[in-house]
Ligand binder design. Structure first.
Ligand code: TMP
Ligand code: MG
Length: 219
């Protein structure tokens, strides 16, 4: 149902592990399809972790390989650059692209590792120039609610200590004055309520892309 000539919107969903990002992305994707919008759902690291870079990321996250903190950081970023052009093409083609994790996760997770040579500022730089989301939905969940959702898996960053640091850094990113496209969603509520709260700003954003103008770049 994309109106003639109207570009798609770039919608990013961010948050901690266990905030419900992937379930909400899936629900949003199905809702938009049901409303006849041209829509795609992608995630980072890319879904099957099957590109050469995706495979390296997968092996690192599972603890099967060791990499310097800067190297793995740049691989995550490169994984986004690999698909940046196709995101732009889809958007120009009227497709709304839903992205599960993006540059915000990229900067925040790496900067939470406690490496004194890897600041949030440094971590952000490789993201500069990537397509800028029209809307970023941050699914906010308290550590208590997150804990109720069951244990962490076995991947490298799934520890309480890391998640606490990630949460603090995410919150500091949300405070930055230029981040006006970020919308905080209380993700500690029932799935349907969260989905409804997500759908509204997304539809609003899709309606307003003409006034936003062409897709911008992260700065
Ligand atoms: P996932 O839980 O969404 O599959 O992501 C896997 C892990 O990768 C998760 O702990 C967050 C982390 N991550 C980064 O460290 N940098 C990034 O750029 C992205 C997209 C994810
Ligand atoms: Mg995870």
């Amino acid at each position: 149902m994309a109106e003639k000539g109207r570009r798609g919107a770039l919608v990013v969903v961010e948050g901690l592990d266990r905030a419900g990002k992937s379930s909400q992305c899936e629900l949003l994707y199905r809702s938009l399809l049901a409303l006849n919008y041209k829509t795609k759902y992608i995630r980072f690291p890319e879904k099957d972790r099957s590109t050469p870079i995706g495979k390296q990321i997968d092996s690192y996250l599972r603890g099967q390989s060791q990499l310097d903190d800067h190297s793995i950081h740049l691989l995550f970023s490169a994984n986004r650059w690999e698909v940046a052009q196709s995101i732009q093409d889809d958007i120009a083609d009227g497709v709304t692209v839903i992205v599960d994790r993006y540059s915000y996760s990229g900067a925040v997770y790496s900067a939470s590792k406690g490496n004194p040579n890897l600041s949030l500022h440094w971590a952000w730089q490789p993201e500069v120039g990537l397509p800028r989301p029209d809307l970023c939905l941050f699914l906010s969940i308290s550590p208590e609610d997150a804990a109720k959702r069951g244990g962490y898996g076995v991947e490298r960053y799934e520890t309480d200590c890391m998640q606490r640091r990630v949460r603090d850094l995410f919150l500091s990113l949300l405070d930055l004055p230029h981040n006006d496209e970020i919308c905080v969603i209380d993700a500690g509520r029932p799935v349907d309520e969260v989905a409804q709260d997500i759908l509204e700003p997304v539809l609003e954003c899709m309606k307003n892309v003409d006034s936003i103008g062409p897709l911008k770049k992260l700065g």
